[in-house]
Design a protein around this ligand. Structure first.
Ligand code: ADP
Ligand code: MG
Length: 427
């Protein structure tokens, strides 16, 4: 464990600790019903209903495999989409079960409901590997149907959590992306299960992000972008308290530039956030934190524009909007990054989904991937942008968080309900 993340992980068991229990020889997990909260909320192609990207399934395989090979009866549980408390066939976890089966060669059983007799029967009948991984036939695992088919999941309902608790002996959370939600399978349930802990993915996330909040090596350069200042106020404040330089790009930067009196023309500016932007700039000045705003931007006539033009932020032409940062800004950010020891990036530098406005974001991704310090990316769109920059760039990062909202809340210094519910004996 990195010592920097010690407070984050204090009192939290790893799945390996759970398997070193009283029945050590065969492994404590052998024949135990192990509930693993996973995040199978994968992106789906709206037209075909097919899984567009199965990274979320592949990321938790080490944990699932560990439990299967330890001879556990594995029960996987996840939410998927927003079915609002009723059964919606298009939001069934069946396709994820099929993909898991394809990836592993296991039999994946998906009972029609996540609580009650249907899952109980499936779990009772599961064929397990003998501890040590020998398998008599393909291993079988149970994937519970979408937790959000019950409104009680999002209400963190105790009775619902008790029904889930009836299904298992051990609880493991490996769904970092859902850890900021106080939902029944994330918060109420683990409190009802004595033997509880985290999987390998969750541990990786907490160790990496823990280094950003517990004494990060300096210089610490944060790069913030994305659509709105209002989404990122808390993280902005938290970063001002910790980092050396805060670079701001994306639509968010427009509001800061407008707050400094620049005419951003048709750019996305949150007029009601101008005073807040000024306050944040003052706070940074008082804290001795450098704020780096764009000096040039790539403008287009609308978000539909098929080409862009680079201009100074002092000369945004009438009838245009800033949709990316320009090369001089990329250069200025790159200079800070090259000297940094810790980097956190959230939020694309422009409307990267559209080719003429993607270059700023892609350049920042390329530069960051070559930084030798500790580089972390959080945020759904930000991670997608890094993926768009290619595998080489992706591999250059020390950590790419699988949790959008969860990684932001963590970096803000908030306690995540799904993590706190697992802590034993320490306060
Ligand atoms: P993340 O998911 O990484 O936290 P956000 O959701 O905050 O990031 O922001 C991503 C969105 O911001 C993208 O859809 C991108 O197109 C948009 N965006 C970034 N810069 C601009 C800009 N200058 N104008 C309009 N949209 C922008
Ligand atoms: Mg987003």
């Amino acid at each position: 464990m990195s010592s920097a993340a010690s407070a984050t992980l204090a009192g939290i068991c790893n799945i390996e600790d759970l398997s070193r229990g009283p029945l050590d020889q065969g492994g404590f997990l052998g024949n135990k019903r192990v509930f693993i909260r996973v995040d199978f909320n994968v992106p789906i192609d709206k037209k075909t209903g097919k899984i567009r990207d199965d990274a979320r399934i592949r990321e938790v395989l080490p944990t699932i495999r560990y439990a299967v090979e330890a001879g556990a009866k594995v029960i996987l549980a996840s939410h998927f989409g927003r079915p609002k408390g009723q059964r919606v066939d298009s939001m069934s976890l069946e396709p994820c079960g099929a993909r898991l089966a394809e990836l592993t060669g296991w039999e994946v059983h998906v009972p029609e409901d996540c609580v009650g007799d249907a899952p109980k029967k499936v779990i009772h009948d599961l064929r397990t590997a003998s501890p040590g991984g020998q398998v008599r036939g393909a291993p079988q695992v149970c994937l519970l149907e979408n937790l959000r088919f019950h409104a009680e999941e999002e209400k963190n309902d105790d009775a619902f959590a008790r029904q889930l608790a009836e299904l298992c002996d051990v609880y493991v959370n490996d769904a970092f992306g859902a850890a900021h939600r106080a939902h029944a399978s994330v918060q109420a349930l683990p409190k009802l299960v004595r033997d509880r802990g985290i999987g390998f993915l969750m541990r990786k996330e907490l160790e990496a992000l823990g280094r950003l909040v517990e004494g990060p090596d300096k210089p610490y350069v944060a790069v913030l972008g994305g659509a709105k200042v209002s989404d990122k106020i808390a993280v902005c404040e938290a970063l001002i308290a910790r980092c050396t330089t805060l670079c701001i790009g994306g639509a968010m930067a427009n509001t800061f530039l407008a707050a400094q009196g620049k005419d951003m023309r048709k750019s996305l500016v949150e007029q009601d956030k101008l005073p807040l932007a000024r306050t944040l700039l003052e706070k940074a000045r008082d804290a001795g934190v450098e704020i780096l705003l764009p000096v040039d931007v790539v403008v287009g006539e609308s978000t539909e524009s098929t080409s862009g033009k680079t201009v100074s932020v002092d000369a945004v032409p009438e009838g245009t909007m800033a949709l990316d940062i320009g090369p001089r800004t990329v250069e200025a950010i790159a200079k800070r990054l090259q000297k940094s020891k810790t980097v956190f990036w959230n939020g694309p530098m422009g409307m990267f989904e559209s080719a003429p406005f993607a270059e700023g974001t892609l350049q920042i991704a390329r530069v960051m991937s070559k930084v030798s310090g500790f580089t972390v990316v959080g945020g759904g769109d930000s991670a997608a942008a890094v993926a768009q920059a290619g595998e080489e760039v992706q591999k250059g990062f020390k950590h790419i968080s699988t949790g959008g909202g969860a990684s932001l809340e963590f970096v803000e210094g908030k306690k995540l309900p799904g993590v706190e519910a697992l802590r034993q004996g320490v306060l």
